[in-house]
Write a protein that binds this ligand. Structure first.
Ligand code: ZN
Length: 214
C-alpha cells in the first residue's frame, strides 16, 4: 500500500513545510521510504509544489534537481522533523526518527542558517486585474540549491511560528510515520485508512488476549 496521499494536507492552505516533512513515509511493510532519496524524486516533488514554492520565493519551473539541491533539502527536512518532534510534545514523535534527529536547539540553528543564506525582500504585487499578494523575493545571486533550501526553511519558520503548529500531530497508527495537521480537535489519524488499520490491529490484539485467556 502506498502512503502517499497529497489531497489531505492541502485543505488548510499552504503546508509546504508539512508536505516536505512527510516525504519520509512508511513503505507499506515495516520500513520507511524516502521520496527524496534520489535527485529525480526531488525534481518531481518540487514541480508538484511549484505554486507554493513560488510564494516562498523559489521560482520552481523549470527545475531539475542535482545532488547538491537534494542534500540541501534533506538537511532542511531533518531540521523540520526535529522541530516537529518538539512541537508535538508531550505526544510521541514519528517513529521514523527515533534516535536519528539532531536536538531541537541544533535543528533550530540549521533551519535559521538555511533561511539566512538567502536574504529576501518582502514585496507587494498588485496586478491590474487581480488581488494584492505579498511575497518573498531573493536578493542577489545564489546557487539554486541554496535558493530552494532557503525557501523551504522560510516555509518551515512560518509554519512553526503560525497557528497550525498547535494542531500538528504524529499519526499513531501502526507503521505510519506521518505528521499531519488536525482538521478538527478529535482527529486521531492522518487519514481514514490509518484509522481502519489501527482498529483492525486493536481488534486482533483483543482477540489474541481472549484466546490467551482460553
Ligand atoms: Zn497515518
Amino acid at each position: 500500500m502506498d502512503e502517499r496521499d497529497d489531497t489531505i494536507n492541502h485543505m488548510h492552505g499552504d503546508h509546504l513545510a508539512l508536505d516536505l516533512a512527510v516525504t519520509i513515509r512508511h513503505d507499506g511493510h515495516d520500513g520507511v521510504a524516502d521520496d527524496l532519496a534520489q535527485p529525480a524524486g526531488l525534481t518531481a516533488w518540487v514541480l508538484g509544489h511549484a505554486e507554493d514554492l513560488r510564494r516562498h520565493g523559489f521560482p520552481a519551473v523549470p527545475f531539475t534537481a542535482d545532488e547538491a539541491s537534494r542534500a540541501a533539502v534533506a538537511e532542511v527536512r531533518t531540521a523540520l522533523r526535529a522541530l516537529f518532534a518538539r512541537a508535538v510534545l508531550p505526544g510521541p514523535p514519528s517513529s521514523a526518527d527515533t534516535g536519528r534527529l539532531p536536538d531541537p536547539a541544533a535543528a533550530l540553528e540549521r533551519l535559521n542558517a538555511a533561511a539566512a543564506r538567502v536574504p529576501v525582500h518582502y514585496r507587494l504585487a498588485w496586478p491590474q486585474d487581480g488581488a494584492p499578494a505579498a511575497g518573498h523575493h531573493p536578493a542577489g545571486e545564489h546557487p539554486r540549491a541554496e535558493l530552494l533550501a532557503a525557501a523551504l526553511a522560510r516555509a518551515g519558520i512560518a509554519f512553526l511560528a503560525g497557528p497550525d503548529r498547535a494542531r500538528l500531530r504524529a499519526c499513531p497508527a501502526p507503521r505510519c510515520v506521518r505528521y499531519f495537521v488536525q482538521s478538527h480537535p478529535r482527529q486521531e489519524w492522518c487519514k481514514p485508512s490509518c484509522g481502519n488499520r489501527a482498529r483492525v490491529a486493536r481488534h486482533h490484539a483483543r482477540q489474541r488476549a481472549r484466546e490467551a485467556l482460553g
